[in-house]
Design a protein around this ligand. Structure first.
Ligand code: NI
Length: 171
């Protein structure tokens, strides 16, 4: 397994639209293993393939307290979203050290393929619902800061570019 570099906003590659996985095979399983390792190392509760510059519809999530319940979603699709909305303070491994409130459907039903290529459905609410919607946005090339005002977004872009420069300076 290997840690994968995570793209940082406003990297244009974060706006690529991921393609469906055609076959869940050893190549995909290896990508999933590396994504899980990268997510746990960060640490984060979710990671979309887009964030590690792999543009296929793959998500890993672990919202458990112990970080020992890995969930894998390949080719995830929302089957149903509740009309009821809920606002959560969100963060993202691609936007380090930044958090803000985003309103999303309170619960969703999602279908996907598991690591063996078998279809399954899941009803999610709470953090899992937020996380699924956040990660599925990534697969469509959307980062959560795009729900915020242009003013806030520009401020974040500047901060991230400054941060990237500082990181380069440290090397
Ligand atoms: Ni994210």
């Amino acid at each position: 397994m290997a840690l994968l570099p995570v793209l940082c906003y406003p990297d244009p590659r974060l706006h690529k639209v991921a393609k469906p996985v055609e076959k869940v095979d050893a190549r995909i399983q290896k990508i999933v293993a590396n994504m899980a390792e990268t997510m746990y190392e960060a640490p984060g509760v979710g990671l979309a393939a887009t964030q590690v510059d792999i543009h296929e519809r793959i998500i890993v999530i672990d919202v458990s307290d112990e970080q020992n319940e890995l969930m894998v979603f390949i080719n995830p699709e929302v089957l149903w979203a509740s009309p009821e909305k809920k606002s959560w303070r969100e963060g993202c491994l691609s936007v380090p050290d930044f958090y803000d409130d985003v309103e999303r459907a309170a619960s969703v039903r999602v279908k996907a393929l598991d690591l063996n290529g078998n279809p399954f459905e899941i009803d999610a609410d709470g953090l899992l619902s937020v996380c699924l919607q956040h990660e599925m946005d990534h697969l469509l090339g959307k980062v959560f800061v795009e729900y915020l005002s242009i003013l806030k977004r520009n401020r974040i872009s500047l901060k991230m570019k400054k941060r990237a420069k500082e990181l380069v300076g440290q090397r």
